[in-house]
Ligand binder design. Structure first.
Ligand SMILES: Cc1cc2nc3c(=O)[nH]c(=O)nc-3n(C[C@H](O)[C@H](O)[C@H](O)COP(=O)(O)O)c2cc1C
Length: 388
């Protein structure tokens, strides 16, 4: 195993650095998935199992990785996925990741339950970011969040639909935590594990305050810890949301509406019929319904169902530039990546995310060159070796 003193070369190195840096409960909160973590594992394994087709003696002296998505030019077809509580892993992590995404020419997506607020992230730069919404029982705050997002320059709304109820995560239970959104009751309790991570303690526990859910502070005025916000959001997640709510959202949101958490052809068709501009094939990174198929396994069927009527993205298990090429070969326009950016920001802050994204871009360029593609449009079914 390479020593951690060497420069991190891949997402796995950042994962190991994050594991050292973070209190156990926080690392497990990011690293884990629902129940037996079968879907979490198959997200990664199914991507790994796909074989690329090497194609040689083509002129690959110039490789263009740029993509267009929602009217914006991206340096590569990749976005940073929304991750709740990221700001507990590094000081104001959402702003650090936004800075890295800006310099890499990629979109950052802020979670409803981020530590940093819409306004704090918007203050990083004028470059637009995406906002992810969970539907709340009380639609008043939903309207207000969307108005705040629009005012902050957000044009792309990612509406997550696979968290109507919360899948149990055994690691969180073992660590004395419960639910999906917060390994934070422990934080309130101040266990020894937190004290044993002095880097995190000074950077985040002391230097990274306030530890509130920045977007929601005004709705939970009595909250003093992230655990209080978690209790509120747990009570606010609306299991009664249906396709008619998408139509409601469509009416009140002028920008792009992206439905995240679609995993079947039927749901994809419903999303498009409800007015979605794009769908994200996703199982929430294996954190919700364990035993469901991996995103990459479902991607081709969803592509067929959508049939070009809307944009098509995927996430779950993307760890490298090779994975980006594989997802594009199966019909995705772009991918999102969750855990790796959080490991990188936990380990090395903004520069960690910047380096990780540069690494992935390099991998993407080399993979394109060695599979004989000079533009993203040339990536297709032939890029994969289906017989291998
Ligand atoms: C720690 C953690 C928190 C997450 N929080 C959210 C969230 O608040 N909203 C959301 O839509 N998805 C959330 N997700 C799911 C990610 O947006 C994304 O779908 C998933 O991480 C992709 O899988 P990957 O981690 O294998 O890249 C979360 C994922 C993780 C790992």
């Amino acid at each position: 195993m390479p020593t951690l003193r060497l420069a991190p070369a891949s997402h796995e190195d950042y994962r190991r650095l994050a594991e050292k840096r973070l209190p156990r409960a926080l690392f497990d909160y990011v690293d884990g998935g629902a129940y037996g973590e079968r879907t979490l594992r198959s997200n990664v394994a199914d991507l790994e199992a796909l074989k690329l087709r090497q194609q040689v003696l083509r002129d690959v002296s110039s490789i263009d990785t740029t993509a267009r998505l929602f009217g914006r030019r991206l340096d590569m077809p990749l976005a940073l996925a929304p991750v709740g509580l990221a700001g507990m892993m590094a000081r104001r992590a959402e702003t650090q990741a936004k800075r890295a995404a800006d310099s890499a020419g990629l979109p950052f997506c802020l979670s409803t339950v981020g530590i940093c607020s819409i306004e704090e992230v918007a203050a990083v730069s004028d470059i637009p970011f995406w906002f992810q919404l969970y539907m709340l029982r009380d639609r008043g705050p939903v309207r207000e969040l969307l108005a705040r997002a629009a005012l902050a320059g957000v044009r792309t709304l990612v509406f997550t639909v696979d968290l109507s109820v919360v899948g149990a995560r055994y690691r969180d239970i073992r660590n004395g935590l419960s639910g999906s959104l917060g390994p934070l009751k422990r934080f309130r309790a101040g266990p020894v594990s937190y004290l044993m991570h002095p880097g995190w303690l000074s950077d985040v526990a002391i230097g990274g305050r306030p530890h509130s859910f920045g977007n929601l502070t005004e709705y939970v005025p009595k909250a003093t810890t992230p655990a209080d916000f978690k209790d509120w959001i747990d009570s606010q997640l609306d299991p009664g949301v249906t396709w008619s709510d998408i139509e409601w959202l469509r009416d009140i949101w002028d920008g792009d509406l992206v439905i995240k958490g679609v995993l079947s052809p039927r749901d994809a068709r419903m999303a498009v019929d409800s007015g979605a501009d794009a769908v994200i094939v996703s199982n929430h990174g294996g954190r919700q319904l364990d035993g469901v198929a991996s995103s990459i396994a479902m991607l081709p069927r969803v592509v067929e169902a959508v049939d070009g009527r809307a944009g098509l993205l995927m996430d779950g298990g993307v760890r490298s530039g090779q994975d980006v090429v594989k997802a594009l070969a199966l019909g995705a326009q772009a991918v999102l990546m969750g855990r790796p950016w959080v490991y990188a920001v936990a380990a090395r802050g903004t520069s960690g995310v910047t380096d990780l994204l540069a690494t992935m871009k390099g991998e993407l360029e080399v993979t394109m060159a060695l599979t004989g593609a000079t533009t993203l449009a040339e990536i297709g079914p032939d890029t994969l070796d289906h017989g291998a």
